[in-house]
Design a protein around this ligand. Structure first.
Ligand SMILES: [Zn+2]
Length: 144
């Protein structure tokens, strides 16, 4: 594999579905932080064929892991300290997600009243279906 160097302190997101690392970079708002980020695309993976990896040199506590879990809870989060993996975090689908996705229903109150938070609630854990809290519009994952 391509070697982009080990990070000393921070975290590595592994097993990202190939091609989705940039979307995750955006949703975690990594562009707004001044930390070092390495994006590795199409790394070889025994499990997945191809995968993306994100290496981030900043404290994982500054990240909204609910957002990450919402996007893909199969991503592995490795916490790095002194160049070693010290912890692997499990991602659990959040029960509720706020202001990450927007309701597309033009008749939804969030489309009419500006400034309302966009809240989606997990309505089916097995099928990973989220619905708008106000109008129950189903969120289509493909639009992420
Ligand atoms: Zn709605």
């Amino acid at each position: 594999m391509l070697n982009v160097g080990k990070i000393e302190e921070g975290f590595v997101l592994d097993h990202i579905k190939a091609g989705t690392s940039l979307s995750i970079y955006r949703h975690l708002q990594l562009d707004k932080l001044d930390c070092t980020v390495a994006i590795i695309k199409n790394a070889r993976s025994n499990k997945m064929g191809k995968k993306d990896i994100l290496k981030v040199e900043c404290d994982v506590d500054r990240m909204d892991l609910d957002v990450l879990a919402f996007i893909d809870h199969n991503i592995t989060v490795n916490i790095i300290k002194n160049g070693e993996i010290v912890e692997k975090k499990e991602l659990i689908l959040p029960k509720e997600i706020k202001n990450v996705i927007h309701c597309k229903n033009p008749r939804c109150i969030t489309s009419i009243e500006q400034g309302l938070p966009h809240i989606f609630v997990l309505s089916d854990e097995k099928k990973e279906i989220y619905r708008c809290k106000y109008c129950e519009e189903k969120f289509d994952r493909r639009s992420l």
